[in-house]
Structures are given as C-alpha cells and as structure tokens.
Design a protein around this ligand. Structure first.
Ligand code: PEP
Ligand code: MN
Length: 334
C-alpha cells in the first residue's frame, strides 16, 4: 500500500503517522520527492482501513499495490534510484560501461585489459574469480587469488571492480570489492540474497536463465527487505527454443523494468548472445532502449581465453562498441 501525502504535510505529521503505522506492525518506507512525499507500507496491510487513512488531513491519496514486490516497486519510489559506486553513479541519467574478462587469469591479463577498457570509456572493471561452470571439470576461477589480482588492477587503474559471489561464507573476501555480482544461476539462492541484504554494497543482480521479470524483482526484494537498497538489475539473456544464439536477449526487459521499478537496469550482450560479432548491435540497441549501463566481456586473446572466448571482444572491438554506444546515447539525449 502507498500513501501519497499532501505537499504541505509537516515533518511532525509524517512522524506521527509513521509511528501509528509502525504500531500496527507495518514497516514504513518514506520517499521524499521534490514535490511530494510517499509512504510505502510493507507488511500485512489488510487490517488498514484505506478510507480512514485517506480521510487524514495530510494524506492526498492511498493506493493498494497489487504487485508482490514492494520496495523495488516504482509506485513506492517514483524517482529513479541512483546507485553510487565509489565516485561513480549509475541510474537515472547516469550510464556506465563495465568491461573485462569472463575470468581473471593472470596479473598481466587483468591489468592489460583494465588499462585498455578504461582508455576506451569503461568505468568499472569486471572479472570472475569464482566461476559458476556447467562442468565441474572446467576452469573454476582463481578464487581468492583472482580477487587479489582484481584489487591490484583497481589500485593501478583507479577502476572500481565487479565480481561474482557464489557463497555467502566468502563475503569477507569481498570486503574491498565495489560491486558484488549475483550470477544468473544464483538469482534464486534466497539464503545468499538474504546475506547480501545485510550489507550495504551495491549488488549487480543478474536475471536467471529461465526467470520472469517478476521473479527477478522478487529476488531484488529479498535483498531490499534486509535493508540493502543498492541494487542494479541485469538482463543477460534467457533460455528459449532458439539455438543460433547462446540465449535470447530480452530487450523489452529494459522499458518494462523501467516502468515497474526505480532500480537501474543494465544489459549484458555477451552472455545474451554468446557471439562476439553480435555484441555491438545488441549493445547499441540496449543503449537505445534506455539501459543504464552495459557489462561486456573483453579479452586480450579471446581464442585462448579460459572461459567464454567466443563471446569476448578484443580491446579494439570494445573501443569501437563503446564509441558507438556513446553516439546512441547522444542521439537519445537530443
Ligand atoms: C558472468 O558474468 O561471467 C556470468 C557467469 O554471468 P551469468 O551469471 O549471467 O551467466
Ligand atoms: Mn562469462
């Protein structure tokens, strides 16, 4: 349920109303916009008399929110959320490119890729240290050593880093990681999501291989219910009957999610297509559709990459994609 307050509602009135609602077992999320204040009421609202609430002097209108996701719902928070990553911002008018290898492989590899993608406009360095692989016999990542190498690349380039967590017990290793990624396979690992709700670091939450947008938003809700509101959603392709591409990029997820939620939405055209040559058109289309960012796999030697070489761009190809994405951004800003 949301209560939209009148413009002249005083702080004292808002405090009194909040206390009254909390006394009824609800948690109250206050969203102060430029011209209005919205109270988001979370919990069992069935015993709240909407007419009584609407009758209060400072209340303008009351609406029941039918969607099961509350904190992530745009009705609770009409303005876009802007997530801070160090000095960077993502969401609203702020667009960011994240780039780097699927997996961190060595100090030279991660550092040289970091330097080149940074020079061509990526603000955030990606790299997997703990890799969720379909086969237990495939390279599983450099684990803690991979995180150390990412931190060294961060130190040398100043780029914040994003890397995937697979187990909440590993959280101490992620202390200096700027953005924690929850991969597609863990989108519904609810115990992991609850643990990530207890911290305040930004979380890049990827859509599951066969998950609906509502399920993605409910997973965001798990994190937000714990108090962590710093969530970036990521569409990375879903399973369909199509086999020419690794997955099918659901580009309509961008405008749909932007309607449903205030959280930023980024696109991963690498895992969505599985083919390097398809990354540029999909990255440009994502920018045109209103995505708040992109996460793209880049490798200095894609043919010999330990993971996802076929979909990895060379640094030169990434520079070309970044340039064209900037052009699209300029056009849609006009
Ligand atoms: C990745 O980003 O390397 C990754 C494994 O992504 P996803 O979870 O989307 O498959
Ligand atoms: Mn990958």
């Amino acid at each position: 349920m949301v209560a939209v307050l009148k413009q002249n509602a005083t702080t004292e009135q808002i405090d009194n109303l909040t206390k009254w609602l909390e006394g009824r077992g609800l948690s109250v999320h206050i969203s102060k916009g430029e011209s209005y204040t919205i109270l988001g009421l979370i919990g069992d609202t069935t015993q709240i008399d909407t007419e009584l609430l609407e009758g209060l002097e400072m209340v303008d209108s009351v609406k029941r929110v039918s969607e099961p996701f509350k904190s992530a719902n745009r009705k609770f928070h009409p303005e876009d959320s802007i997530i801070e990553i160090g000095d960077l911002k993502i969401g609203g008018p702020h667009f960011q490119m994240m780039a780097g290898p699927c997996s961190v492989e060595s100090a030279e590899q991660i550092l040289s890729i970091a330097k080149s993608v940074s020079a061509s406009g990526a603000a955030i360095l990606r790299g997997g240290a703990f890799k969720p692989r379909s086969s237990p016999y495939d390279f599983q990542g450099l684990k803690a050593d991979g995180i150390e190498l990412l931190l060294e690349a961060k130190k040398q380039t100043g780029m914040p880093i994003v890397t995937e967590i697979m187990n909440a017990n590993h959280l101490p290793m992620f202390e200096q990681v700027d953005v924690i990624q929850v991969g597609a396979r863990n989108m519904q690992n609810f115990e992991l999501l609850k643990e990530l709700g207890m911290i305040r670091k930004p979380i890049l939450l990827k859509r599951g291989l066969a998950s609906t947008l509502q399920e993605l938003l409910m997973s965001a809700e798990y994190i937000m219910a714990g108090g962590n509101r710093n969530i970036i959603l990521c569409e990375r392709g879903i399973r369909t009957f199509e086999t020419y591409t690794r997955n099918t990029l659901d580009l309509s997820a961008v405008p749909m999610l932007r309607e449903l939620t205030h959280l930023p939405v980024v696109i991963d055209p690498s895992h969505a297509t599985g083919a390097a040559r398809l990354v540029k058109p999909m990255a440009m289309a994502a920018a045109a559709a209103g995505a708040h960012g992109l996460i793209i796999e880049v490798h200095n030697d894609p043919q010999n990459a330990l993971c996802d070489g076929a979909q990895s761009l060379t640094p030169e190809q990434f520079a070309d994609v970044a340039k064209n994405v900037r052009r699209i951004r300029e056009v849609i800003a006009e």
